[in-house]
Design a protein around this ligand. Structure first.
Ligand SMILES: CC(C)(COP(=O)(O)OP(=O)(O)OC[C@H]1O[C@@H](n2cnc3c(N)ncnc32)[C@H](O)[C@@H]1OP(=O)(O)O)[C@@H](O)C(=O)NCCC(=O)NCCS
Length: 228
């Protein structure tokens, strides 16, 4: 997972893109960039076409579409081989947490988008993926969102990676950023949880999990959390 991710031309079912596809533990991961979707109706279910049509802001439209396409491709790799993409529907919980529904089966999926790159992972129930752009941050970002131990000795790229790790973990927990980022201390070899993150992890039966890094491309950090 520490090696460079290779993107290659991909397409069909109404789109073309540069895509990277790889496995991590039980997960199928799909990353997309340079997406061109001439016929989104070819890969979107009817309800998704209506939701896409209701979006107004071009950036949001692009990331929503790329995230959904990546989720369908990851779901097809992990669970639904050979099924037309428009039959793999992406829905969301009230919390915003996404899931796939295909021919009566429901499966978990995780989605992220950043700086023109979209990604998704599917393959197990406890799963979170995050992609973040490395960028200069306000000093308050370091102070408010990380423990002193996490800040120690890490540069901008490493701190962005840590942020992505926290988001991936909170997505796996189904919480997103509704919980305090200080609820997970990732400074050591194993995460230390407290507060809502700990309560939710215990509610889920304390699933053991792996935290892995991947390379989504220049200037980006990627992290994946998956249940063992
Ligand atoms: C989920 C969240 C962490 C994503 O952060 P982000 O870095 O801006 O966005 P990313 O591109 O990495 O991820 C977005 C995807 O996360 C997924 N997501 C949203 N809520 C989620 C949740 N509770 N659990 C798991 N995944 C979630 C969605 O699929 C979303 O993509 P979509 O809207 O296109 O379907 C954040 O948006 C969030 O928690 N929002 C709701 C909580 C809130 O109100 N927080 C206050 C802000 S501090």
């Amino acid at each position: 997972m520490d090696g460079r991710t290779v993107f290659a031309a991909a397409g069909g079912e109404g789109f073309s893109a540069a895509a990277a596809r790889f496995r991590a533990g039980p997960c199928s991961v799909v990353l997309l960039r340079d997406l061109s979707a001439a016929s989104p109706a070819a890969f979107l279910a009817g309800s998704e076409q209506a939701a896409f049509g209701a979006l107004k802001i071009p950036k949001r439209k692009a990331e929503w579409l790329g995230g959904r396409l990546a989720a369908k491709l990851a779901g097809a790799d992990a669970f639904f081989q050979g099924v037309p993409l428009r039959e793999i529907e992406v829905r969301r919980e009230l919390t915003g947490s996404p899931f796939l529904v295909c021919r009566g089966e429901r499966r978990h999926v995780s989605i992220s988008h950043s700086a023109g790159t979209c990604g998704a992972a599917a393959g197990t129930d406890f799963l979170g993926l995050d992609i973040e752009e490395v960028a200069p941050r306000h000093p308050g970002w370091y102070r408010d969102y990380f423990t002193p131990a996490e800040r120690e000795g890490r540069d901008e790229a490493a701190m962005t990676g840590l942020w992505a790790a926290k988001e991936a973990l909170f997505k796996a927990l189904g919480l997103g950023l509704s919980c305090d980022t200080l609820d997970a201390d990732l400074s050591g070899p194993g995460p230390v949880l407290k507060g809502r993150a700990l309560a939710r992890w215990e509610e889920l039966g304390r699933p053991p999990f792996a935290l892995e890094r991947f390379d989504p491309g220049p200037g980006l950090q990627g992290r994946l959390v998956w249940g063992r």
